[in-house]
Write a protein that binds this ligand. Structure first.
Ligand code: AMP
Length: 467
């Protein structure tokens, strides 16, 4: 049995006080199991995904271990490798919250952060360094950082590192770290490449696995739009118009559909681009950057093409096809509704795809509300609750730019519009079911645009003295 009390895990009073102030009553399963092992200085593989409390499961014991001793100039005492800036920043925030009563310092090496302040921190000596692999190697190669003093190394979201092509950099970094160290590897899944990395570099690790929550994010309002396959592309345009969708990622199941869906969107006057699986990651990233910069509004992709790209902040996800693998549904729609914002997800489903939909509803243990669009008419029939779920105030700026594009798109679709036809037997009996949309509260997410204090102010971590 594992303890259900933070007090029994062996953490010092200053950390317990910060945990209490964060409002956490009891450790999550990954915390209850990992914290004592890490405090016992064992290597650890944590198989857990975001949302399980995995970040605190390494941050809390690291604070405890690092609270004795001191960092030397340019020689950080611990290193956390994160695949993305977003995750690195969240992890830094965790150190800030739980380390508020300790005298530890931290630096962050990620793109987009002014480096002067971080360099000054490193020069003074930091206890915690959080970095993305490429940025860290860049600093190492420029002689700005020494890796000989690392006592604890964390490789966070190792499967995502693999997806993003970062594993060679991670291996290089590990091989640069000399001497004795404790290594902690966290990953939501264990693909063979990640397993090999763990086998190679971890020393007799303890493995802790927590159940993968098969749930969709609570900040996403998802609906199904039932269509027939011959109408799918037109319904897609209609959906974009009627639901005021300014930007979205559109997922197709098959590579061959990506191009034709993109062209259909373009013909409707929308700025669409494909994320082609045959392109190099750097080229795909360039397309994604154009999307982020507002030069493209619709990305049409397959699951494979979207893999490895940090597409995490989509306002809307559209499934042009119902994913055949139910876990892909959770993954796809997880790309919206991040950082405290509400996201919307629409899934076009033909009668032939109902069985995939059933598998998704079984996995997620909830029924996805149906939205009935009336194609080609000025009004639409909408399942009232579903409408409420998907309607979201369109931000003023989006409304302005969106209106122009929608006007063009609308002109293009009017030609294609036909009256609603619902061939007998093509609508499932459930299609008119008003599925109550659970009124879910947006979870407290620590990073909704928050700039960690240590970034705003290049002083060491806010170290209030323990009273
Ligand atoms: P993570 O899996 O690290 O991304 O954490 C997911 C969310 O759980 C974060 O918002 C944390 O603030 C929160 N959290 C972490 N530990 C606990 C806990 N013991 N009790 C309640 N919430 C927690």
């Amino acid at each position: 049995m594992y303890s259900t009390r933070f007090e029994d895990l062996g953490l010092r009073e200053e950390i317990l006080r910060a945990i209490k102030e964060a409002g956490y009553v009891e450790p999550t399963p990954i915390q209850a199991r990992a914290i004592p092992e890490i405090l016992a200085r064992k290597d650890l593989i944590g198989i857990a995904q975001t949302g399980t409390g995995k970040t605190a499961s390494f941050v809390l014991p690291m604070l405890q271990i690092l609270s004795s001793g001191r960092g030397r100039a340019r020689m950080p005492r611990s290193l956390i490798l994160s695949p993305t800036r977003e995750l690195a920043t969240q992890t830094a925030r965790n150190f800030e919250i739980y380390g508020k009563y300790l005298h530890l310092s931290m630096a962050l090496l990620i793109g987009g952060v002014g480096m002067g302040a971080q360099e000054r921190l490193l020069d003074k000596g930091v206890d915690v360094l959080i970095a993305t692999p490429g940025r860290l190697l860049d600093w190492y190669e420029r002689g700005k950082i020494l890796l000989g003093g690392i006592e604890i190394l964390v490789i966070d979201e190792a499967d995502r590192m693999f997806d993003m092509g970062f594993l060679p950099d991670v291996e290089r970094i590990i091989s640069l770290i000399l001497g004795r160290r404790q290594t902690l590897l966290f990953s939501a899944t264990m693909p063979p490449e990640v397993r090999r990395l763990a086998d190679r570099f971890l020393n007799n690790p303890v493995e802790v696995q927590v159940a993968r929550p098969a749930t969709t994010a609570e900040t996403v309002d998802d609906v199904v739009v039932e269509v027939t396959s011959d109408r799918k592309k037109d319904v897609l345009i209609e959906l974009i118009n009627k639901e005021n969708i300014p930007k979205a990622i559109v997922f197709c199941n098959r590579k061959r559909d990506v191009g034709s869906v993109m062209r259909h969107l373009q013909r409707a006057g929308l700025r669409a681009r494909d994320l082609h699986g045959d392109l190099e990651q750097t080229q795909r990233q360039a397309t994604l950057d154009q999307f982020t910069a507002g030069e493209i509004d619709f990305l049409v992709a397959t699951d494979v093409a979207a893999r490895g790209l940090d597409i995490t902040d989509m306002p809307v996800v559209i499934n042009f096809d119902v994913p055949m693998n139910p876990e892909d549904y959770v993954h796809r729609i997880g790309r919206t509704g991040r950082a405290g914002r509400r996201g919307r997800a629409f899934t076009l489903a033909t009668p032939e795809e109902q069985r995939f939909l059933a598998a998704i509803e079984k996995l997620t243990k909830r029924q996805i509300p149906r939205l009935a669009l009336q194609i080609g008419a000025s009004d639409r029939k909408v399942d009232a609750d579903a409408a409420q779920a998907v309607r979201e105030p369109v931000r003023a700026a989006e409304a302005v730019t969106g209106r122009r594009r929608r006007a063009a798109a609308s002109a293009a679709t009017k030609a294609a519009a036909r009256p609603v036809r619902e061939p007998a037997g093509t609508r499932s009996p459930r299609s008119r079911v008003t599925t109550p949309v659970p009124q879910r509260e947006a979870p407290v997410i620590a990073f909704g645009g928050h700039v960690p204090r240590f970034l705003a102010n290049p002083a060491p971590l806010p170290m209030r003295k323990a009273s």
